[in-house]
Design a protein around this ligand. Structure first.
Ligand code: 9MR
Length: 386
């Protein structure tokens, strides 16, 4: 195999670190094997992005910022644009880390997706309580939502290109999830949030985001939701399919393509917003989606690859990733972005969900930032054409 070494700023930093003697702190290769990058390989098809955790945004994950900037042309804050981080107390907004992400993206020519304006998780209790700790009324809650969305989406107008406006509002059967938002505001809360976001950032793409949307019942629920919103003239531009998948689910991978088609037919684009492909088994009773309330005790037999990812498992994962990208490429007229939920296996949330302390390998760069067989399989798939 030929290795094309390009002399990028990153290589210069690498040589400098050798001179200064802290090369060990830079585990990622100077340039990925063969010089291949997602951003170049998928140019003209769709954006390819990654979620960045706080350690990456703050430059505390050696080599990962450089790797992300070379490989991706879209970013999402993994946690730092959630309500609990942006407005932990009423009226006290903290934008430092979110600002750093937006600056990093601008410096590297990346599009930003804001995640997330309204969610039932990671929202501080004060949002739903009055001064006595009782449930707040409809009007004050709408006001709080409006203030939050206006302040956050307004601040990043023109710099955050799309927003996950509402996240995970559906149950697995496609009905609306019981949440404080639904209980206090009624089913209209989704339309309200989209209207507020559009008002604050009229150019931004507005996304409804959820997990397990490949499942037929949940797909049908999302289609109903999109159609209702559009019938009311609510500005919604895309459905975000999170895509937290594994080696055995989706059982029928074609369900992913069916969902892409169903959402496109209801008049919106599709963005793959949180892609990863776990190799570890799921415990009995897990819905295998991304329900953060699931938490199982650590079992050693469900953590089989502590010493490393076996080649045959890496190959299986690569084949599934290639199959998925095949669907995305077949639907490139409907899919505008594919974002991985993290950059390297070391930083993935899957190491701690639905069980804390496992060693999973769900992404396409390994713990040292080196491309895995999955990376090569995906690049091969796009190079092979449609
Ligand atoms: O990856 C995120 C993890 O670091 C956080 O602890 C968790 C709670 O805020 O959220 C994870 O990201 C979730 C995303 O915000 C929404 N979809 C499911 C993702 C994985 O749980």
């Amino acid at each position: 195999m030929t290795h094309h070494f390009r002399f990028t700023g990153r290589s210069a930093a690498f040589s400098l670190s050798l001179v200064l003697g802290f090369a060990a702190a830079v585990p990622a290769r100077a340039v990925e094997e063969g010089g291949e990058t997602y951003r170049e390989a998928f140019a003209g098809k769709f954006l390819v992005g990654a979620a960045l955790g706080r350690a990456v945004i703050e430059g505390r994950a050696p080599g990962v910022q450089g790797l992300a900037a070379r490989q991706f042309n879209a970013v999402t804050a993994e946690n730092d644009m959630k309500w609990e981080n942006l407005q932990p107390e009423e009226g006290r907004f903290e934008f430092e880390v979110a600002d750093a992400l937006v600056d990093f993206a601008a410096a590297n020519g990346m599009q930003v997706t804001g995640h997330v304006l309204l969610w039932h998780q990671q929202t501080p209790d004060w949002v739903f309580e009055d001064e006595h700790g009782d449930p707040v009324g409809r009007e004050p809650l709408l006001e709080r939502l409006e203030t939050h969305i206006r302040t956050v989406a307004g601040r990043y107008r023109g710099r955050v290109h799309g927003w996950d406006v509402v996240n995970e509002a559906l149950n697995e059967d496609g009905s609306l999830r019981d949440s404080a938002w639904l209980r206090i505001l009624g089913p209209d809360y989704i339309a309200q949030a989209f209207r507020m976001a559009h008002e604050a950032a009229p150019e931004a793409r507005l996304i409804y985001n959820d997990y397990n949307l490949y499942q037929p019942d949940k797909r049908a629920g999302a289609v109903r939701l999109v159609r209702e919103l559009k019938a009311q003239g609510v500005p919604i531009h895309a459905v975000g399919m999170q895509a937290h998948y594994g080696l055995t689910h989706p059982e029928d991978m074609a369900d992913v393509a069916r969902s892409i088609e169903a959402f496109a037919a209801s008049g919106v684009d599709v963005e793959i917003t949180e892609l990863d492909l776990a190799v570890l088994p799921f415990p009995e009773g897990s819905d295998r989606g991304a329900d953060l309330d699931e938490n199982f005790a650590l079992q050693e037999k469900l953590d089989p690859y502590r010493a490393g990812l076996p080649e045959d498992v890496a190959a299986l994962q690569a084949a599934r990733y290639a199959e998925l990208f095949g669907f995305f490429l077949d639907h490139a007229d409907k899919v505008s972005r594919v974002t991985f939920w993290g950059v390297t296996d070391a930083g993935s949330w899957k190491n701690n969900w639905p069980m804390v302390g496992r060693t999973d390998y769900p992404l396409t760069f390994d713990r040292q930032g080196r491309p895995k067989p999955a990376f090569h399989a995906i690049i091969e798939r796009v190079r092979a054409g449609n």
